[in-house]
Design a protein around this ligand. Structure first.
Ligand code: HAM
Length: 420
């Protein structure tokens, strides 16, 4: 028996008709980002492992989930676990004018335990604005992310916002938090105790009931902000209010990556359980460019999981109309020459058209036409062929069929399609 292979654990194939929704989602994203002056960046899927190690030792993707490997030249490389590090590496390499505003769509690889909405290869659309610390850029990025979700018809999303302060604020708070947690070690869930010494911020992320209760009155990062960070945070909030983007400040939102300073945020979908409801998150990162050997510049951006967004869309019955949007299906039972030629004639006039292959019967071809979702079928039988005509049948309405001349067929169809 020859082994039949399956997609690897934690990965999935994206096939039609599901892939029509992907195309629509990515097209909407490109449109929203281009409109805001962001250009596409396409970077290598793998980098020197050091690029991703700079995401920080407290980050799960670095500690446990990296897909790293040695290539045949003994270089230590890793598949990208997220999009920001590559963008910042490229920023350092090319030194573009600032702010450098870019977007991307990319697979991301994390050796996670697969579950609903959590994959080893997931896909993100994302954006970064690098080279400016202006809080209005945080506002722009967050509001554009918000508008992207709106463009898909998602309406049950909520936005949580926090500030991690400057790098110094973050450090001071983390030390204070570690001390505070150490005094309550026995009250925490056992699984969270290990994190207190090395990664105290992670404890705030914990969803374990015992830990949540024990940390109900944990000190807030927002009480540790320096004047500059406090002002930055209030300008970001004022901007979101001015643009009508609803949010809630959540001082426990620390997010999973270590590079964040100043703003952090996450959008969650109402209809999904908390393990899989994060449809996108982002923040500002002050130290990343420098830690990758570049100048000391700040950046801000977000990543949004495509699979998660589609789950949220399912829960809200959004994005349902994405399909091949085929205009015409050509059915030729006279041997195939006419079908072949008409199909291309229509396509070359901008009409989407498909046809059956394999010289099948009228009945079999009509079945394929019905399944295709096309609006119209064009039938060519021996009689029509002899008279230089085709029969137009409406597949999604009760309208009576009509005969059209083969001469100028595409122009006639353009007019028919415009009416329906
Ligand atoms: P992240 O929160 O790790 O941030 O991932 C962004 C989004 O990717 C999540 O909100 C979620 O929708 C999706 N996601 C993450 N992991 C998985 C997974 N295993 N399976 C399915 N979906 C997943 C980042 O990656 C940062 N680079 C975002 C950013 C950009 N911050 C600043 N700029």
């Amino acid at each position: 028996m020859v082994e039949q292979f399956q997609a690897p654990k934690g990965t999935h194939d994206i096939l039609p008709p599901e892939s029509y929704r992907w195309v629509k989602l990515v097209a909407s994203f490109a449109q929203v980002m281009n409109r805001a002056g962001y250009g596409l960046v396409q970077s290598p899927m793998f980098e020197d492992v050091g690029v991703f190690q700079r995401l920080g030792e407290g980050t799960e993707v670095v500690r446990k989930e990296m897909y790293d490997f040695y290539d045949k030249g003994d270089r230590h490389l890793a598949l990208r676990p997220e999009g920001t590090a590559s963008v910042v590496r490229a920023f350092n390499q090319y030194q573009p004018t600032t702010p450098w505003k870019v977007w991307y769509v990319t697979p991301c690889f994390r050796y996670e335990e697969p579950q609903a909405g959590r994959f080893r290869q997931h896909h993100q659309v994302g954006a970064e604005a690098v080279g400016s610390a202006d809080p209005d850029l945080d506002v722009e990025v967050i509001a554009t992310q918000h508008d992207f979700y709106q463009s898909l018809g998602l309406s049950s999303l909520s936005l949580r916002l926090n500030s991690m302060g400057s790098a110094d604020d973050r450090r001071t708070y983390t030390e204070h938090l570690a001390g505070w947690l150490n005094q309550r070690l026995d009250d925490l869930d056992e699984a969270d105790r290990l994190n207190v010494a090395a990664h105290p911020l992670r404890v705030l992320d914990s969803k374990r009931e015992r830990t949540v209760q024990a940390t109900a009155d944990v000190p807030c990062i927002t009480d540790f902000l320096c004047a500059d960070a406090a002002e930055h945070f209030s300008r970001v909030q004022a901007g979101l209010q001015a643009l009508g983007v609803a949010y809630e400040v959540d001082t426990r939102l620390v997010r999973g990556l270590d590079y964040y300073t100043y703003s952090t945020w996450e959008f969650a979908a109402g209809g999904l359980s908390s393990a899989q409801n994060a449809v996108g998150g982002g923040g500002r990162y002050d130290g990343l460019a420098e830690s990758l050997g570049g100048k000391r510049v700040s950046g801000v951006g977000f990543g949004a999981g495509i699979e998660r967004i589609l789950l949220a869309a399912d829960a809200e019955s959004a994005l349902e109309d994405a399909s091949a949007n085929l205009d015409v299906f050509v059915v030729d039972i006279t041997g195939g020459d006419v079908g072949r030629d008409i199909t291309f004639e229509l396509r070359r006039h901008g009409i989407s058209a498909d046809r059956a292959f394999g010289g099948r019967s009228m009945k079999a071809q009509m079945k394929v036409a019905d399944r295709s979702g096309a609006r119209l079928a064009l039938l060519v039988g021996p009689d029509e062929h002899a008279q230089g005509m085709v029969t137009l049948r409406y597949l999604r309405s009760e309208a009576a069929q009509i005969s059209l001349s083969r001469v100028g067929l595409a122009q006639q169809l353009v007019a028919v399609l415009a009416q329906n």
